[in-house]
Design a protein around this ligand. Structure first.
Ligand code: GDP
Ligand code: MN
Length: 379
């Protein structure tokens, strides 16, 4: 789950990470009032779930409240990487002497929280990794013990020479680690961590991604979710307990199992089609899931044809067939459906479908070829 910068700032600030206090606004006049209260030059920052806001024009300096009003009016409603800005953060502008990168991710390879820090901050860390990988220092933390003081200091030395700054950075590493662990994060990032001309070390940006698996037992973290900032179809899918990712193609895919869903998408592409979504209806089945899936997929105007690819194991193919029939009774499905199912209760599924004049294939290759053809013909 992505959260906004202002929310991540609050979680980092709770650990004591130094940053300048600001506030969020939903309207230009609110932003103006905050700028007036803070006094001096402020930064107006788009709150959207994407990086590179600076480059996209979503981060602007305002020298006075009137400028804050103007910039907020421009940024609110702006679309950055396809996402609409509904809120801006207004913070006092810091003077910057240097910009570093500090990131902490859950690393699959070491199976530990992994720090990545670089004195070349501010810009995309992916760029640094590609062009100057030697400028990135990595350190995996054993979660049994947490981060040791000497590890935090080593990370501080990777960024600074001045010992006061090294110690300040070391402290921030420990605080970032605490925020990461306590909030079940998959990622926590400060980019840039800056030094000011008078020598202070400050976090100017904050990004956190919460591990979705934490939300079950940490409903307080779930409250940080901003549904307005999500794709509506993805939000609907989450409420329906479907694992769904919206894509740009024309072939809707309803599949059980993430692996089969990926293989299906690969095959759609292999035959020249483009998937409109990734969708895993999950292991256990119910007709309700299929109805929800069809409702979400048919709401996408780009979809020209829909493929069901069901390998019945724990998922019962007759449940899926019942779901398809029920969905077509509840709302109009105006694009062609190609149904491939095989496995548990297959004979019953075929009987249910044929009773309403529908047919199903058992061969995946043939089904994919047909759906790609239909999507192409309808385009
Ligand atoms: P991002 O582009 O989405 O990562 O947004 P950031 O919060 O990192 O801001 C982008 C850039 O704007 C930073 O790397 C800084 O160079 C600049 N910036 C952000 N806040 C300030 C500030 O308080 N003062 C100054 N001078 N520049 C800032
Ligand atoms: Mn940043």
């Amino acid at each position: 789950m992505n959260i906004h910068e202002y929310q991540a700032r609050a979680l980092l600030k709770a650990q004591g990470i130094p940053m300048l206090d600001g506030d969020v606004a939903s309207t230009p006049t609110e932003a103006e009032a905050i700028a007036r209260r803070l006094g001096g030059t402020v930064v107006i920052k788009a709150q959207v779930h994407t990086g590179g806001r600076g480059k996209a024009g979503g981060v602007r300096l305002a020298r006075n409240p009137a400028e804050a009003l103007d910039h907020a009016a421009e940024i609110l409603g702006m679309r950055i990487h396809g996402l609409t800005v509904h809120k801006v953060l207004v913070v006092p502008a810091a003077e910057i002497a240097s910009e570093s990168y500090v990131g902490l991710i859950m690393d699959r390879e070491s199976q530990r929280p992994l720090f990545m820090v670089s004195p070349a901050g501010g810009v995309d860390i992916e760029e640094v990794a590609a062009r100057a990988p030697e400028k990135i220092t990595r350190l995996a933390v054993d979660p049994t013990y947490g981060i040791f003081p000497h590890q935090a200091l080593a990370l501080g030395f990777a960024l600074y020479r001045d010992f006061a700054q090294v110690k300040a950075a070391a402290r921030i590493m420990e605080q970032l680690y605490a925020a990461f662990v306590q909030n079940g994060a998959a990622l926590a990032e400060i980019n840039p961590l800056v030094t000011t001309p008078d020598g202070r070390v400050l976090a100017l940006d904050a990004k956190m991604v919460i591990d979705d698996n934490e939300l079950f037992w940490r409903p307080d973290l779930g409250l940080l979710r901003d549904e307005l900032s999500e794709d509506p179809s993805e939000a609907a899918a989450r409420r329906a307990n479907l694992s769904f990712i919206k894509l740009d193609g024309t072939v809707g895919c309803v599949v059980n199992g993430a692996g089969l869903a990926m293989a299906t998408m690969d095959l759609v592409k292999y035959y020249g089609g483009e998937p409109a979504n990734f969708l895993d209806i999950g292991g256990s089945s119910s007709p309700e899931k299929v109805i929800n899936a069809l409702r979400i997929i048919t709401a996408d105007p780009r979809v020209r044809a829909i493929l069901f690819n069901i390998f019945g194991g724990i998922t019962r193919t007759d449940d899926v067939a019942n779901g398809i029939v029920a969905a077509t009774r509840q709302f109009k499905v105006s694009v062609p459906l190609v149904i491939r199912l095989t496995g548990t209760n297959e004979a019953e599924a075929l009987r249910i479908l044929s009773a309403v004049g529908m047919t199903a294939l058992s061969d995946m290759d043939e089904a994919v070829r047909r759906v790609v053809e239909l999507a192409g013909a309808a385009a």
